[in-house]
Write a protein that binds this ligand. Structure first.
Ligand SMILES: NC(=O)C1=CN([C@@H]2O[C@H](COP(=O)(O)OP(=O)(O)OC[C@H]3O[C@@H](n4cnc5c(N)ncnc54)[C@H](OP(=O)(O)O)[C@@H]3O)[C@@H](O)[C@H]2O)C=CC1
Ligand SMILES: O=C(CO)COP(=O)(O)O
Length: 335
């Protein structure tokens, strides 16, 4: 299958804009949809998305619009770059516009609150397409570093290997190296859960703890993530890869991560409202997904103690310090 030439990115936040740049730098004709007309106009006129990536000049082969019908017309791939919890509603509006053979690519890292579905499940259902048409891009991909063209690897996952390869070609640049995978379940569970573990690591940093604590949370976080993934049918090896350990380390350790930063504010004693306000409208997916992942784990009889305390800190008023003490005081057991 030949790589698509015309690619649409729906959502012009940090990652949507950055991924559109990657696709344009890889030689594709790229249209970026922004929900606000002024954002689309500014990108076309100034080559910048000043709210999200003020220091980055966008390539001239990237065109922006606020007209979704115009954006998706003739696209070989449509990349969905809106937050997880709004994807269903957004996609329902776009569904009649989608070219029937297009690959639908999810960039979102979350689990839907009301249904406990992964993003590819939401896409398959709402767009009413075979799962072989649905792909996911996930890895250690902090948008600002990639926009600055720092070397990064990622995973392009699709149940149809040929489609994954076509998309891999379409987003390969000298600074962005995609690997293929067919384990959609593992890639998406890893991407959603790492945001929750990054919140926990942020809380630990805010409480003043160092690298031993971070490393302990990352490793035990990966253990509970893998347990859930395996219960849902994922390949356990996926969690040792770029979208698993790779993304978890990047997100949990980087001050660029919105989830880690959000957790750090809570750890320092800020309220949820203060941490939300400081995020300036940017999405910290783990704050909502901690609840859906916790419910998904309960449904499958999987123990996820870190996710459980993150949910209780974010939504039930548990303070970070007793949450840490609770994790340390759990029943002793073999690794
Ligand atoms: N940033 C990153 O480094 C990475 C992010 N991701 C994932 O990608 C997804 C998108 O994240 P990111 O781009 O960073 O998020 P941002 O918060 O930076 O941007 C969100 C984008 O979605 C738009 N948006 C918000 N709510 C709605 C809505 N109800 N309907 C339509 N559009 C909406 C925003 O528009 P507006 O500006 O008008 O508010 C904005 O363009 C998330 O799931 C995230 O976890 C994955 C890898 C890396
Ligand atoms: O997914 C990401 C990096 O891979 C971005 O993480 P944050 O959403 O926490 O910024």
């Amino acid at each position: 299958m030949a790589p698509p030439e015309r690619i649409t990115v729906l959502g012009a936040g940090s990652w949507g804009t950055t991924f559109a740049k990657v696709l344009a730098d890889a030689g594709n004709d790229v249209v970026l949809w922004a929900r606000r007309a002024e954002v689309a106009a500014a990108i076309n006129e100034t080559r910048r998305n000043s709210a999200y990536l003020p220091d980055i000049r966008l390539p001239s082969t990237l065109r922006a619009t606020d007209d979704a019908a115009e954006a998706v017309h003739g696209a070989g791939a449509v990349v969905l770059a809106v937050p997880s919890q709004t994807l269903r509603e957004n996609l329902a509006g776009w569904q009649p516009l989608l070219p029937p053979e297009a690959t639908l690519v999810s960039l979102a890292k979350g689990v839907e609150l009301s249904t406990l579905k992964r993003m590819s499940e939401v896409i398959g259902e709402v767009a009413d397409v075979p799962m072989a048409h649905v792909a996911v891009v996930s890895g250690p991909n902090l948008a600002k570093e990639i926009a600055a063209e720092q070397p990064t690897a990622t995973v392009v996952a699709c149940p149809d290997h040929d489609r994954a390869v076509a998309l891999q070609h379409a987003c390969s640049t000298p600074y962005f190296r995609p690997y293929t995978n067919t384990d959609l379940v593992g890639i998406e569970i890893a991407g959603a859960c790492k945001n929750v573990i990054a919140l926990a690591c942020g809380m630990a940093a805010g409480l003043g703890f160092g690298h031993n604590t971070m490393s302990s949370l990352i490793t035990r976080g990966l253990a509970e993530t893998t347990r859930l993934g395996v219960a849902l049918g994922a390949d356990p090896m996926t969690f040792a890869g770029l979208a698993g350990l790779g993304d978890l380390v990047a997100t949990a350790m980087s001050p660029l991560s919105r989830n880690r930063t959000f957790g750090e504010r809570l750890g320092r004693g800020e309220t949820m409202a203060q941490a939300q306000e400081a995020a300036h409208g940017q999405v910290s997916e783990g704050v909502k997904s901690c609840s859906s992942i916790r419910q998904l784990a309960a449904r499958h009889g999987v123990e996820m103690p870190i996710t459980d305390v993150v949910h209780r800190v974010c939504h039930e008023g548990l303070a970070p310090a007793p949450a840490a003490a609770e994790l340390l005081g759990r029943e002793r057991k073999p690794e």
